[in-house]
Design a protein around this ligand. Structure first.
Ligand code: UDP
Length: 235
């Protein structure tokens, strides 16, 4: 099989990892995702993984706490999720390196671009934890930033919904799904695909985003083949 995209960044929100539990980490979901990542690496696709922390904590939702403190707590949440993913990948025999944007010896290597590129080029999975290491950013922005730094060809934006809609399909039965979107349409229509900082970074660096439903197992591989399995965001 010839894959259109040979180096990708998989972005998982914390919510995805929580599965039906809605909080914390669902072992079965983590094992499933690790299995998808293994399929990618078995196919020779180079993979970086960025995980959010909404299953534990989101900085912006905590109004009474100083924003920076709340954001650091969010970044710590990404570290917990990343540890779970690293462990699940190891269990499947997938060589991986968990890097942290905030120095955290001994549980993760500190993020260093050159080292990360070396690992990715060797075919090892790199898990980018602790977000960008800075408050006021998100893990969507982390995914866009690491994709740009790694020269990734695609961001795989895994969701629990099959693409981007013009309104919330849970609330509006007439909500319309987009097959394709441009970065500027997202910005102009204020669509909540990724936050605007992330979208702008993708736009500036010409990184396409495939938004897809993670619950359909074959979606990830199809997206790497270049098929549209949800919504494709590009220039
Ligand atoms: N966060 C941050 N800087 C970053 C990445 C994340 O401060 O570079 C914090 C922020 O508080 C955010 C939380 O970590 O709310 C969890 O990340 P995010 O909301 O992106 O998680 P997701 O929605 O993908 O689960």
């Amino acid at each position: 099989m010839d894959y259109k995209y040979k180096r990708v960044i998989l972005k998982l929100s914390g919510e995805v990892l929580a599965g039906k539990k809605g909080f914390g980490v669902d072992d079965d979901v983590v094992a499933d995702v690790a299995g998808y990542v293994k399929k990618l690496t078995d196919a020779g696709i180079q993979v970086g993984v960025v995980i959010g922390a909404g299953n534990f904590w989101r900085g912006r939702s905590n109004k009474r706490m100083e924003r920076t403190t709340a954001d650091y707590m969010g970044m710590m949440g990404t570290v917990m999720n990343s540890l779970a993913m690293a462990d699940a990948l190891k269990f499947l025999g997938v060589k991986n390196h968990m890097l942290s944007a905030i120095p955290m010896t001994p549980l993760a290597e500190s993020y260093n671009r050159e080292k990360a590129v070396q690992y990715i080029e060797a075919g090892d999975v790199v898990i980018f934890s602790a977000g960008t290491g800075s408050p006021f950013f998100s893990t969507d922005t982390t995914a866009a930033l690491r994709a740009a730094e790694m020269d990734a060809e695609l961001i795989l934006l895994a969701k629990r919904i099959d693409g981007v809609y013009d309104s919330d399909p849970m609330l509006n039965p007439d909500a319309k799904k987009y097959d394709t979107l441009s970065y500027s349409e997202i910005l102009n229509k204020k669509l909540g695909v990724m936050d605007f900082t992330a979208i702008t970074l993708c736009m500036d660096n010409h990184i396409p985003i495939a938004v897809f439903d993670l619950n359909i197992p074959e979606n990830i591989m199809k997206a790497c083949e270049g098929q549209n399995v949800g919504t494709i965001v590009s220039g």
